[in-house]
Design a protein around this ligand. Structure first.
Ligand SMILES: Nc1ncnc2c1ncn2[C@@H]1O[C@H](COP(=O)(O)OP(=O)(O)OP(=O)(O)O)[C@@H](O)[C@H]1O
Ligand SMILES: [Mg+2]
Length: 262
């Protein structure tokens, strides 16, 4: 059974904004999938549908055979880290255990030893064991994102989602963070779906790529199949391949296709 299954998923906002339009695909255990596509393509909507924050208008989504809920099955890493800045890296990672325990129970009971061990293990996975007592507010952007990954790992999720987890970072920090995320996924055989804007970084870390545009899957394939032509089609459309529009997203997408030829 696939971990993720989407069948003809359609999401319409406000009656006329079609964010997802007939999206169907499965993701198997342990796959590291990167979702690519221009701004407004529907990437965040897709991830929100997978973690149950958004309900599809029509179609079916299952995670290990069950509808996604707000429970602990899905861990999420966000573009902005949403850490509690005054708390240590360790305390922030530990809050990942709250969603598993439920907020009420967590108020009434102390963290279990197993949770504490899970927090330290997760910080070790993201290379922050030495910094575990450092205040999150004093950490670099890359370190904060790694704490965010650790927090998601403490949830012990069946599926790890990340929506543009490195878009606020410089290329080196972005690669570091993606490297740790990949390592975490491999260590734990964790199925991962991450959206990325940087195609060159996506190429380095993804095993499988799903390209969406206008809410539709335009591409689903391996690194070898993700050619420069495919990337150009995805971001610029067939008729305008190579033409640079003057928005920021286009510049982001343009750099990688050049970089890929290095
Ligand atoms: N809560 C919402 N209400 C109404 N429309 C929305 C909502 N969220 C997204 N949309 C619209 O749905 C479409 C897809 O948006 P989405 O945020 O999923 O794109 P995206 O691929 O994540 O874009 P970006 O790369 O800019 O983050 C867009 O047209 C967007 O304006
Ligand atoms: Mg988005």
């Amino acid at each position: 059974m696939p971990v993720v299954s989407l069948s003809d998923v359609r999401k319409v906002y406000g009656g006329d904004t079609v964010a997802l339009d007939g999206v169907s695909f499965d993701v198997d255990q342990g796959e590291f999938v990167v979702v690519l596509g221009p701004s407004g393509a529907g990437k965040s909507t897709l991830l929100r549908v997978l973690n149950g924050l958004t309900t599809p208008t029509t179609g079916e989504v299952t995670i290990n055979g069950h509808p996604p809920g707000a429970g602990s099955d899905v861990g999420m890493v966000f573009q902005m880290h949403y850490l509690i800045e005054s708390m240590s890296a360790y305390r922030n990672a530990l809050t990942g255990a709250l969603s598993r325990a439920g907020w009420l129970r967590s108020l009434l009971t102390a963290y279990r030893t197993a949770d504490k061990e899970a927090a330290l293990r997760a910080l070790d996975t993201v290379g922050l064991l030495e910094e575990s007592e450092q205040r999150a507010g004093s950490m670099s952007g890359g370190q904060k994102q790694r704490v965010g990954i650790a927090r998601a790992l403490v949830q012990d999720p069946e599926l790890l989602l990340a929506d543009e987890p490195v878009s606020s970072l410089d290329p080196k920090a972005a690669r570091d963070v993606m490297g740790y995320m990949k390592r975490a996924a491999e260590e734990r055989d964790l199925t991962t779906v991450a959206s990325l804007h940087q195609v060159n970084i996506a190429r380095e870390f993804g095993d499988r790529f799903i390209g969406i545009r206008g809410g539709q899957v335009m591409f689903d394939g391996s690194r070898e199949e993700l050619s420069m032509d495919v990337v150009d089609d995805l971001y610029y459309g067939k008729d305008t391949a190579g033409a640079y529009a003057d928005d920021e997203q286009t510049v982001d997408a343009a750099a990688p296709s050049g970089g890929a030829a290095e």
